[in-house]
Design a protein around this ligand. Sequence first.
Ligand code: CUA
Length: 313
Amino acid sequence: MSPATVAQSVLDAAGPQAAAIEGLWWLIFWISVGVFAVVMAFLAWAVVHRRDRPTSDSSLTRWVIGGAGATVVILFVWLVASVWVGRAVASPQMSDAVTINITGRQWWWQFEYVDTLPSNRFRTANEIHIPVGRPVVVNVTSRDVIHSFWVPNLHGKRDLIPGYTTALWFQADQPGRYRGQCAEFCGYQHANMAMYVIAEPDNDFQAWLSAQRQPAAEPGTERQRRGREVFLAATCPQCHSIRGTLAGASFGPDLTHVGSRSTIGAGVLPNTAENLIRWVRNPQDFKPGNKMPAHDLNDADLQALADYLGSLK
Ligand code: CUA
């Protein structure tokens, strides 16, 4: 059973990094509330006790020095807390970590699971599974423009910079389906660059991992076989891979197990046969400006194609 979807929020931390960031947020929030309350109280007091003769210079100076001093102390507390949180979220805990290479693309996410055994490496898109309670190290970069990886329930933002790789780590302590999104304006479809992180018990994660490592399933029906022929004869293999077939391009998302993903187009449509047909017919209807062209296929071919892609669990 897949874990329940969790509301996307910085204030609902599901792991140690997000918890540290959430703690800092609340610290700053409550101090700000306190400062606001004190300033309003002084203002009210001043309005009520209004006097016509001016306050003496020396008492005014005392208040100004007191206010400036309190401000410096508060800013210093925030500085120390920020540095402390920055250190806490950055200190890597590498033992037993899952490593994923993330590449930002216009406008989708390429995920590559790293393994010391090259045959265990694989690529997927827009949806990652991670084990609960184990650290995940992600190496992030971009292939085109600057994107930003952000799963608010798990960690802060990290920019993806073309030609430059940085690493961060996070951990989910509660199972859940966490939504993330690109957090740096990267073009026309920046807002439609979503991803899902599915944190699940280790058994489920291992099962998912070994399924994803497999090449694509053979078509089980005549229509699915026809769907694969349509896929290979159309322009699809110029951009996409389906491991186990001749399609091996990496310009678009790897489709080897596309049927196991929950959305199409990086969160734009739920992954159903009907939506696959609509998407392949003209992706520009749903995500204008994306790099996938319209396809002039007849209805029978489209249905066979959607049936085949849906069967790639
Ligand atoms: Cu990618 Cu915004």
